[in-house]
Design a protein around this ligand. Structure first.
Ligand SMILES: Nc1nc2c(ncn2[C@@H]2O[C@H](COP(=O)(O)OP(=O)(O)O)[C@@H](O)[C@H]2O)c(=O)[nH]1
Ligand SMILES: [Mg+2]
Length: 178
C-alpha cells in the first residue's frame, strides 16, 4: 500500500476514516499525537489549525507516499487556501468525508479541495463505507492484500459503537467508556 498521511482540522473525520479503512468497527478516540498505523499516518487536527505546528506536518509528509487533505462535507467553509498542493513534494489527494451526514454538501467540499490542487478527490462516508473501495484501490500497490476482498464487502455499513457527540440518555444504562 502507498503510505498516506491525513491532514485536516479537528473533527473532519480522519480517525474514523482510518478505522473504516481497516475494519468494520468504529469507536470514538481523540488523536493525541501523530501516529502511524501501518500505512496510514493519522495526525491531530491541531497541527493543521496552528501555524507553528503546521511545519511539523510538512516534515511528517516526507514519511508518506501520499498526502491526503481531508475536508468534511458538512463544512460551511474551507481552511485550505487555493493552490497549496504544490507545496508538498508528494502527490496530494483530497478526501471529502461524512458524505452521509445531514446537511452534507459533498460537491461544495470537493470543489474547495479541487481548488487546492489536490487530485484525485475521493468522496467517502466512513459510516456507510461509500467510496472506501476507490480510495483503497488508489492506495493499493501490486501484491497488496486488502482487508476486504470485494467492493461490496469494503462498502458495507460500519458498526458505529460510539461517536464524539452521542451522549447516552441519562438513566438508560447504555454507556460506553473508552
Ligand atoms: N455522519 C458521519 N459522521 C462521521 C463520519 N466520520 C466521522 N464522523 C464523526 O465526526 C466526529 C469527528 O470524527 P474524528 O474521526 O474523530 O475526526 P478527527 O478529529 O479528524 O480525527 C466523530 O463524532 C465521528 O463519529 C462519517 O463518515 N459520517
Ligand atoms: Mg483524530
Amino acid at each position: 500500500m502507498k503510505k498516506m498521511i491525513m491532514m485536516g482540522r479537528s473533527e473532519c473525520g480522519k480517525t474514523t476514516l482510518r478505522q473504516a479503512l481497516k475494519g468494520s468497527t468504529i469507536q470514538y478516540e481523540k488523536t493525541q499525537y501523530v501516529n502511524h498505523f501501518d500505512v496510514i499516518i493519522d495526525t491531530p487536527g491541531e497541527y493543521a489549525e496552528t501555524n507553528s505546528l503546521a511545519r511539523a506536518l510538512a516534515l511528517y509528509s516526507y514519511e508518506a507516499d501520499v498526502v491526503a487533505l481531508v475536508l468534511s462535507a458538512t463544512e460551511p467553509y474551507s481552511l485550505y487556501p487555493p493552490n497549496i498542493a504544490p507545496l508538498a513534494n508528494r502527490p496530494v489527494i483530497g478526501i471529502v468525508t461524512k458524505t452521509d451526514a445531514p446537511g452534507a454538501d459533498a460537491e461544495q467540499a470537493g470543489e474547495w479541495l479541487r481548488l487546492t490542487g489536490a487530485d484525485p478527490i475521493f468522496y467517502i462516508s466512513s459510516f456507510t463505507g461509500d467510496g472506501i473501495w476507490q480510495l483503497l484501490e488508489y492506495l493499493k500497490e501490486p501484491g497488496d492484500v486488502l482487508p476486504w476482498e470485494s467492493q461490496e464487502e469494503a462498502e458495507a455499513d460500519r458498526n458505529v459503537l460510539s461517536t464524539k457527540f452521542d451522549v447516552p440518555e441519562i438513566g438508560s444504562g447504555n454507556y460506553e467508556f473508552i
